[in-house]
Ligand binder design. Structure first.
Ligand SMILES: *Cc1c(COP(=O)(O)O)cnc(C)c1O
Length: 464
């Protein structure tokens, strides 16, 4: 057994370890150059029967686990979207683990519910969301969107599918071809079926074509389908494109269709007053999600989900067994707002982060990251071996090599990306836009600076 004294020593060791890790993070290869199974084969097949010391576990962590880590917090990490953290967030997560409380109901830890209510009001104010929106913290945008689709399904059918199943009803959900795969997954899980997810084409700015959308909805209604939900994207995963939210919202209003906005990454930029115009149309939305775990220095997992009317959620999800029934209204108990019964104390890390940076501190870093994206864009535009694939959105840059000895540019860019990532010096990912393979660069790591952007460009050009 670990004594309280050992806990203190080991705790100090781990905090020191993390401090060194953050100091030296740039020295690690961002993405490890190893093969599947390389880590697993170094670990025993069966658990130890007898207790082992934390020292020996720490040693194995350093020699076996660390070499298989992709360093998401490295300022040389430019792949996917960031999933950034910060000291206050890590410390609050430790506190939350130590308290080990469950926030399923108000009574099971009143502070968990009440701090979450307050933090969601703070975020609502920070993003300037409509004042009637109420928020809840979910684990991921995937689950927030699933909850939106489930609530939309129930609302569109008078809350009957939970009770009676689909019968002969066929529901429809709409999003653009650029929308995130989590939407299709949610449509499947909700029992609506992938075939009933109508993917609307995009225009040359990769925004949903709302003329197509309106036609699709009208045709579906004529055919007897039930349009249940339209999902607009604020910041698509590939390029950061923003759908025409006002037009989508008006259509939703006209046909009484649930309007959900997926702003998983780019929603964080709404804390900047100069970016708020992007959210025009939010007044029509029934729900909105963004992930502080992507770009608000709050470690994974932490997804902020807002709804206009929480009754739509509680009518969908509330199922309280007798042993958990208390006198309060459903709405105080966040377990009635979604899928999970047990809930982590995630508001704590947001409270630590928002207070210790201050809104202004958070704005300064996000604004800086967008500025770094603009710097990277300049490098691409100044080099005639490359081209921009779309206009830059925030700090997301899609670009590609256009001068190559290889006849197939897709192949040339694939090879280039592989070579860049094999150096271990930086890590980028890719996307495919109308069958064209593009490199994708994002700079949103907590500690990324101009020098890292310059370094990245040097590495990229040296790999041609
Ligand atoms: C990242 C992302 C998601 C998925 O986020 P998770 O929290 O990992 O589920 C969904 N939509 C968009 C637009 C994203 O960028």
């Amino acid at each position: 057994m670990i004594s309280n004294k050992d806990f203190v020593n080991q705790g100090h060791y781990l905090v020191d370890w993390l401090s060194d890790y953050f100091n030296n993070i740039e020295k690690f290869p961002v993405c490890p150059d190893i093969q599947p199974g390389d880590i697993e084969c170094k670990l025993p097949d069966l658990p130890p029967n007898d207790a082992e010391s934390l020292d020996s576990i720490n040693d194995d962590f350093n020699s076996i686990i660390l070499p298989g880590i992709t360093h998401w917090q490295s300022p040389h990490f430019h792949a996917y979207f960031p999933s950034n953290n910060s000291f206050p967030s890590v410390l609050a997560e430790l506190l939350s683990a130590g308290l080990g409380v469950q926030g399923m109901k108000w009574l099971t830890s009143p502070s968990v519910t009440e701090l979450e209510q307050v933090i969601m009001k703070w975020l609502r104010a920070m993003l300037d969301l409509p004042s009637e929106f109420k928020g809840v913290i979910m684990d991921t945008a995937s689950v927030s969107t699933l909850c939106a689709i489930l609530a939309a399904r129930e609302k569109a059918t008078g809350y009957t599918i939970n009770e009676k199943g689909f019968g002969n009803k066929t529901l429809r959900v709409y999003c653009s071809t650029e929308a995130h795969s989590s939407i299709e997954k949610a449509v499947r899980i909700a029992g609506i079926g992938s075939e009933n997810l109508v993917k609307i084409p995009v225009d040359n700015q990769r925004m949903m074509d709302t003329i197509h959308l309106a036609e699709a909805v009208r045709k579906d209604i004529e055919t007897g389908y039930i349009p249940s939900c339209i999902i607009g994207v604020l910041g698509s995963t590939s390029t950061g494109a923003v759908d025409p939210l006002t037009e989508i919202g008006k259509l939703c209003n006209e046909y009484k269709i649930w309007f959900h906005i997926d702003a998983a990454y780019s929603g964080n930029a709404l804390i900047l007053p100069e970016y708020r115009s992007k959210i025009k149309g939010i007044e029509f939305a029934d729900s909105f999600v963004f992930n502080p775990h992507k770009w608000m220095f709050t470690n994974f997992d932490c997804s902020a989900f807002f709804v206009k009317n929480p009754r739509n959620l509680t009518k969908t999800f509330s199922l309280v067994p007798p042993y958990l029934q208390t006198a309060q209204e459903d709405e105080i108990d966040y377990s009635n707002w979604g899928i999970q019964l047990g809930r982590r104390f995630r508001a704590l890390k947001l409270w630590y982060v928002i207070r210790s940076f201050g809104v202004k501190g958070l704005q300064d870093i996000i604004r800086k990251h967008i500025g770094l994206g603009a710097e990277f864009e300049k490098f691409v535009r100044a080099d005639d071996q490359f081209e921009m694939m779309t206009e830059r959105n925030l700090n997301i840059i899609c670009f590609r090599l256009i001068k190559s000895d290889l006849p197939d540019l897709n192949q040339a860019n694939k090879i280039l990306l592989d070579k860049i990532n094999k150096t271990g010096k930086i890590f980028l990912s890719h996307t495919v836009l109308d069958d064209i393979y593009a490199l994708r660069f994002v700079c949103g790591q907590t500690n990324v600076e101009l020098k890292h952007i310059k370094y990245a460009w040097d590495v990229i050009t040296s790999c041609i």
